[in-house]
Design a protein around this ligand. Structure first.
Ligand code: MRU
Length: 351
């Protein structure tokens, strides 16, 4: 992906976010100047995707520190909690913000001034985005070699759900990173990108990223999964994650769980690809994951155009939890996890 599509830009002490709501037709950056603006940008999905939400929040905490006249530990904690409340499901948000809190506490304990804490947070944001390139490349290589072992003799037809590329991860991507890397090795025949209702991350964002890389693809409705798999059109499926529990149960964009169940039925390998920052080993299983409920209008309307009859109700869970029994493997930067082996996830995460 061309660097001009970086979704998060920090320049001259200012934070600019590529407004992903406008993609693919307009590439507009919006400036965010404070914590409230940053939390709103996350909630309103100007920026989205679990890793990018976490990176953005780091810069949001830096802006908050910059805007304070004095800092106390209690005020830092309250500001961190305000940021964490922006969206509940992706654990990357609390993971990164809590690390910011540790930086703030260390700074306060060492009597570093406010400016030093601010500079440290900005540097921390840069470091995390830089490291994501390396982590995503490692995951892509692990996913690629897994496919080489599993699928022999022809190019691969792959399927994905939601958007897990550059726009969601700040570099290469997680699930889409595996696809992009496999394409660079000449191994991808075709990609099926779920449109990802109701927010259409697949149609708008994954298709945008696949086009930029000249990867052959088709957008499909989620309901086509069974048709495609029963007609041997899909060799393997790669998805991302917003929160992975200790037993491998995985929260990801709504529709992921249905896809995994259909894949199991047809014997299609189903992989989750996510950095360790998306793991929550404190919770034993997926029942403990809070699922974000979003506005009814995301379903009843399309960009302001009313689709449903006046007064129609909808239910809009933004994520679902895929039972680990339907997942063939979980790939993180530390290695390959077999969810069928109890304790394998915690072993790899702690390695
Ligand atoms: O609601 P979003 O667009 O922020 O959802 C996040 C996602 O893009 C997916 O759930 C994704 O698979 C995990 S983030 C790489």
């Amino acid at each position: 992906m061309n660097q001009s599509y970086r979704p998060i830009v920090w320049k001259d002490h200012k934070l600019f976010l590529l407004d992903q709501r406008q993609l693919p037709h307009s590439e507009i950056f919006v400036e965010v100047t404070n914590l409230e603006g940053c939390a709103t940008a996350i909630r309103d999905m100007v920026v989205r995707g679990a890793p990018c939400i976490g990176f953005t929040a780091i810069y949001g905490m830096a802006l908050w520190v910059k805007n304070q006249s004095e800092l106390t530990e209690a005020a830092c904690r309250a500001a961190c909690d305000q940021m964490i409340a922006a969206r509940p499901t992706a654990v990357n948000l609390s993971y990164e913000v809590n690390r910011c809190f540790e930086i703030m506490k260390e700074g306060l304990a060492s009597t570093a001034g406010k400016d030093a804490i601010y500079q440290r947070l900005v540097a921390f944001g840069h470091e995390q985005i830089e490291k994501s390139q390396e982590k995503n490349t490692l995951m892509a290589q692990i996913g690629f070699s897994e496919l080489q072992k599993k699928l022999t003799g022809k190019k691969w037809n792959l399927m994905t759900h939601c958007n897990t590329g550059f726009l969601a991860c700040g570099s290469l991507g997680t699930a889409l990173g595996v696809i992009s890397y496999s394409h660079s090795k000449g191994q991808v025949a075709h990609v099926y990108a779920d449109e990802t209702r109701p927010y259409m991350q697949g149609t708008r964002l994954t298709a945008f990223e696949l086009s930029k890389e000249n990867i052959p693809y088709s957008i499909v409705v989620e309901g086509a999964a069974s048709y495609l798999m029963s007609h041997d059109k899909v060799d393997a499926i790669f998805v991302g994650a917003d929160r992975i529990a200790a037993n491998g149960d995985t929260a990801n964009k709504i529709g992921t769980s249905t896809l995994a169940i259909v894949a199991k039925n047809y014997g299609v390998p189903f992989y989750v690809v996510a950095p360790v920052s998306s793991f929550d080993v404190q919770i034993p299983d997926g029942k403990h994951i809070e699922i974000e409920m979003r506005a009814m209008s995301e379903i009843t309307e399309l960009r302001g155009l009313r689709l449903a009859p006046d007064g129609a109700q909808s239910v809009n869970p933004s994520f679902d939890v895929t039972d680990h029994r339907f997942i063939t493997g979980i790939i993180c930067e530390k290695g390959f996890i077999d969810p069928a082996i109890a304790g394998d996830l915690v072993r790899v995460v702690n390695s």
